[in-house]
Design a protein around this ligand. Structure first.
Ligand code: ASN
Length: 279
């Protein structure tokens, strides 16, 4: 349980990582694929698993550090490592399909992909068309502003502002739901680094993004001209997702593998690798 609730301060202050912001701001790479070799699966422990020996197409966000991002030619991050570890435990393999987040839910509901691990927030609305795993990471939407901007301190200060958000996300949903109330303008972007840039360039006043993503970015990029104005507009959890009623054996395997990783201490190792000491 404790590992689901890495505190904001912990994430922001304790990152001991060599990753640079270039990794965080690499371009989307919708078509790139990587395959986890079948030989990585451990045949002995998984012989009876219904996913054993099966291969799936699993999508991830193209740019969402520290959950998924490109380092050299490879995708790394908390989601990537958790998926690899779970696949190994449960005996399945997969093609990883990084894509813009906005394409992931439509790809799931049209059965073009089998599942996604994309820092995807579990919401009631999404549950109408998707099935989610147990929440595997605590998150929540935050508001981020330019460092020079000292006037935005709470939601009361959102009036008349321009919001920069990533298409299809909970941040975009928050902006849309409050647009009228705040008399705000919304600008949409395909990826997180571009929406942050828009605020840094002072073309937009506020970006709504998930707290761990912002905290990580601020930790690796000391020159970022950004500040968190409102830390958590809501507390939410990330889930591995499949189309509703489909790939239920994969969903069960993910939950089973996740539990094993949490029990063995491997979950903590993976998150600590990206977030630093988590105690
Ligand atoms: N946390 C975002 C959402 O669920 C996903 C993302 O931006 N990768 O809407």
């Amino acid at each position: 349980m404790k590992k689901k609730s890495l505190s904001i301060a912990t994430i922001a202050l304790s990152i001991v990582t060599a990753f640079s912001l270039t990794a965080c701001s690499s371009n989307s790479d919708s078509n790139s694929k990587s395959t986890v070799a079948a030989s990585e699966a451990s045949p002995t422990s998984v012989a009876s698993s219904p996913v054993s020996g099966k291969k799936y197409i699993i999508a991830t966000d193209a740019t969402y550090a520290p959950f998924e991002f490109k380092q050299g030619n490879e995708y790394v991050g908390i989601d990537i490592d958790l998926l690899a570890a779970i696949a190994k435990l449960e005996g399945f393999t997969y093609d990883l399909k990084p894509m813009d987040f906005k394409g992931i839910i439509p790809a799931l509901t049209s059965n073009q992909i089998d599942a996604s691990i994309a820092g995807m927030t579990i919401t009631e609305e999404r549950k109408k068309t998707l099935d989610f795993s147990e929440g595997y990471f605590e998150s929540g939407t935050s508001a981020i502003v330019h460092k020079d901007n000292t006037s935005i301190q709470s939601t009361d200060d959102f009036k008349g502002k321009t919001f920069a958000v990533k298409k299809g996300t909970v941040g975009a949903k928050y902006a849309e739901e409050h647009k009228e109330e705040f008399g705000a303008k919304i600008e949409y972007f395909d990826d997180t680094p571009t929406s942050f840039q828009e605020v840094e360039n002072k073309n937009a006043d506020i970006s709504f993004e998930d707290y761990p993503v912002i905290a990580y970015m601020l930790s690796v990029n000391k020159d970022a001209k950004l500040r968190i104005a409102v830390p958590k507009l809501a507390v939410e959890y990330y889930g591995f997702a499949v189309n509703k009623g489909k790939n239920q054996e994969l969903l069960a395997a993910f939950n089973d593998g996740l539990k094993k990783l949490q029990q063995s201490g491997e979950y903590e190792k993976i998150t600590a690798k990206y977030l630093g000491e988590t105690k």
